[in-house]
Design a protein around this ligand. Structure first.
Ligand SMILES: Cc1cc2nc3c(=O)[nH]c(=O)nc-3n(C[C@H](O)[C@H](O)[C@H](O)COP(=O)(O)OP(=O)(O)OC[C@H]3O[C@@H](n4cnc5c(N)ncnc54)[C@H](O)[C@@H]3O)c2cc1C
Ligand code: SF4
Ligand code: SF4
Ligand code: SF4
Length: 422
């Protein structure tokens, strides 16, 4: 455990959430629900926010009831599983995988007064926070994955609550812990949720906001251009080998394939993730209607479908989710898939990742005064020769197993009453 992680949680004087400690995922539900506003979400040395208590607690216990770590939901059901991709190629180019989020959002916005909530870059791309969209212009900034923790302010909880109370259709999207937090909050507030669609993303985990800010500032400095737009999922080199594109005044100033981008290597190497992500409290029990991810491995199952622009894995976790997905018919190409087919390329659907063996040391460097150059020199995140050989052999074996499994699975389609195996 890093010093930064222990020092950030000053909420231990509050009885109701004092036991959460490092399991806190930073959702902000406790601070949002507190009737006397005695908790503030405050960043620690890594930029991860935690509730900090500043006196006046009445002991009502609402914060603990809103907390997704203390108040976990039941295991999510599985109403259907599919591969899916938007028919409109332009929309897929502007999305991370098959643009299912974009399609769902457009549907909700087209319903008079409908609103959409999701993660957007703020502060000139130096941070990520949840925002509200009420038309297609403001929707674009919620699209595409931002691999940084997104903060959820009290205003976001109140906004969703107010929109639903006014009878609007609302799409709320985010990581599983954010969905669970919002669901708990709305339930405590007794907000009617018939017109709410909850959509989570398959979640690898969220990296340190401090590291991200340092990285963007370093990128602006070394390119000599103020970076004001970042696409983590540029498809200029394809979807399977996506790139990270950094732009200034709408001009791309640097683009690297993901495996060559140092920030992405730290993220995918599980070095920069929040502690809570190593033992996620919300996977497959957040109460979402739909879970969206990349359908990694679709090229081994349906090679004719992969066209370089992205295919989504969609699990509909409720009948509402299934009906909504079926309502997109005509706007998407989609077909049945199995749980195993999704899991082969996407274990993050149910399992938390194992940390980088020297994660604590890396985060200690991030929280300290090391420069990005020094960190890049010390932490190359290159796999050792043995790991490369192991991965190569595993990849070859995996392809054989996948082919064998997918033949077997097609004869064993999941029924509508199937529930998750996690
Ligand atoms: C931190 C993170 C980790 C992920 N890990 C995986 C993984 O391991 N495997 C996998 O298959 N897919 C993962 N995804 C999901 C994947 O990258 C796509 O977001 C998903 O496939 C939806 O793509 P789309 O084309 O339908 O829509 P897009 O337009 O690409 O989706 C955007 C959606 O992502 C949400 N979002 C973006 N950034 C954040 C953020 N920082 N915090 C919360 N919500 C955010 C938006 O609110 C919106 O709902 C991850 C996403 C994020 C944000
Ligand atoms: S117990 Fe009630 S008053 Fe005290 S911090 Fe929690 S929500 Fe606020
Ligand atoms: S997980 Fe969310 S609700 Fe629980 S203590 Fe952390 S910020 Fe508060
Ligand atoms: S891995 Fe779990 S705890 Fe971490 S951001 Fe994702 S849903 Fe939240």
């Amino acid at each position: 455990m890093t010093g930064a992680e222990t020092s950030g949680h000053a909420a231990r004087n509050v009885p109701s959430i004092s036991c959460v400690g490092d399991r806190c995922c930073g959702c902000g539900a406790c601070a949002a629900i507190c009737p006397v506003s005695c908790l503030d979400m405050t960043p620690d040395d890594l930029g991860f926010v935690h509730p900090v208590y500043h006196g006046g607690c009445t002991g009502c216990g609402l914060c603990a009831k809103a907390c997704p770590v203390l108040e976990m939901g039941e295991t999510d059901g599985v109403a259907s599983i599919a591969w899916a991709k938007a028919s409109e190629d332009g929309l897929r180019r502007r999305s991370s995988s098959g643009a299912i989020f974009g399609l769902l959002a457009k549907e909700v916005l087209s319903d008079d007064g409908g609103t959409v909530y999701g993660a957007a870059f703020v502060d000139g791309c130096r941070a990520v926070a949840h925002r509200r969209a009420d038309d297609e212009c403001t929707l674009d900034r919620l699209m595409r994955s931002k691999y940084v923790q997104s903060t959820m302010s009290r205003a976001i909880y109140e906004g969703v609550s107010r929109d639903l109370g006014a009878g609007k259709s609302v799409l709320f999207s985010g990581t599983a812990c954010q969905i669970a937090a919002m669901r708990n909050y709305l339930s405590l507030r007794r907000v009617p949720c018939e017109r709410l669609l909850l959509v989570d993303v398959i979640c690898h985990g969220v990296p340190s906001p401090r590291l991200w800010r340092m990285w963007v500032d370093w990128m602006s400095h070394t390119t000599g251009a103020k970076i004001d737009e970042i696409n983590f999922r540029s498809k200029s080199s394809g979807w399977l080998t996506f790139s990270v594109a950094y732009s200034s005044a709408s001009e791309e100033v640097r683009t690297s394939v993901f495996s060559a981008d140092w920030y992405m290597k730290a993220f995918l190497g599980n070095a920069s993730l929040r502690k809570s992500c190593l033992d996620c409290p919300a996977k497959r029990c957040c109460g979402s209607d739909m879970t969206l991810g990349d359908f990694w491995g679709i090229q081994n199952i349906h090679p004719e479908i992969e066209d370089g622009l992205g295919v989504s894995a969609v699990t509909c976790n409720s009948d509402k989710g299934r009906v909504v997905l079926e309502g997109l018919r005509g706007l998407v190409a989609y077909g049945d898939a199995t749980w195993d087919e999704v899991m082969v390329g996407n274990p993050s659907l149910t399992r938390s990742v194992a940390p980088h063996p020297r994660r604590d040391e890396f985060l200690h460097d991030v929280a300290g005064d090391m420069t990005v150059e020094d960190m890049m020199a010390k932490w190359t995140f290159e796999p050792s020769i043995w790991n490369r050989i192991r991965r190569f052999v595993r990849g070859k074996l995996g392809a054989v197993v996948r082919r064998a499994r997918s033949v077997g699975n097609r004869t064993l389609r999941l029924g509508s009453s199937y529930r998750g195996e996690n």
